[in-house]
Write a protein that binds this ligand. Structure first.
Ligand SMILES: Cc1cc2nc3c(=O)[nH]c(=O)nc-3n(C[C@H](O)[C@H](O)[C@H](O)COP(=O)(O)O)c2cc1C
Length: 168
């Protein structure tokens, strides 16, 4: 299916809103393979004079191994009638199953990055990793530690330069 390219910041409000309200899907890949998981936290704006998208991944996620070794990621907004897939991708691990076939999603070659996107996504943001930074427990507000890190497992924050945005 031909996809329509968008210019930053087109599509960004929809992506932030979907991530906040129902979750979007992060795809990460390395030479060892590809995995997808639901994300609820995202930040999109401008850093280093470039459009930038940041996502947060806990080391306990199977996806972490792929994003750590890869050089890119994609953020995928699935249509509302695929909310069940979003739920599966956010509650089951790629350690135990092929999440693409279980969720009924199809990996597809991206326009600008090595990491695939999801063919069924109504909106995709392709990102080339510019920087990554594990959260330092001594540098974060105490109340956030209590709400988000009672069990440790501090996220690593991945800053991606947005190199393509496309929609169905
Ligand atoms: C709505 C929702 C949002 C989530 N957001 C994040 C997130 O931003 N970062 C994260 O590390 N995990 C997040 N998770 C949890 C992962 O999606 C979940 O642990 C998933 O099963 C990990 O899959 P994996 O082991 O295949 O990587 C979220 C889950 C849901 C349901």
């Amino acid at each position: 299916m031909t996809r329509k390219s968008l210019e930053f910041p087109q599509g960004i409000i929809d992506c932030v809103e979907a991530t906040r309200s129902r979750g979007t899907v992060l795809v990460a890949s390395s030479r060892k393979g590809t995995n997808a998981m639901t994300i609820g936290w995202i930040s999109i704006g401008s850093i280093w004079g470039r459009p930038c998208c940041t996502v947060l991944v806990r080391p306990s996620r199977h996806t972490y191994k792929f994003i750590e070794k890869g050089d890119s990621f994609t953020v995928n907004v699935l249509p509302r009638d695929m909310n069940e897939a979003v739920s599966l991708l956010g509650t089951r691990s790629g350690r135990d199953m092929d999440k693409f076939s279980e969720a009924g999603i199809t990996p597809s070659d991206s326009m600008k990055v090595k990491c695939p996107h999801i063919a069924e996504a109504e909106l995709v943001i392709e990102c080339a990793i510019a920087m990554k930074q594990p959260i330092d427990s001594s540098m974060i507000r105490r109340d956030y530690v209590h709400t988000a890190y009672a069990a440790g497992d501090y996220h690593t924050v991945y800053y991606g330069e947005i190199v393509a945005i496309h929609a169905q």
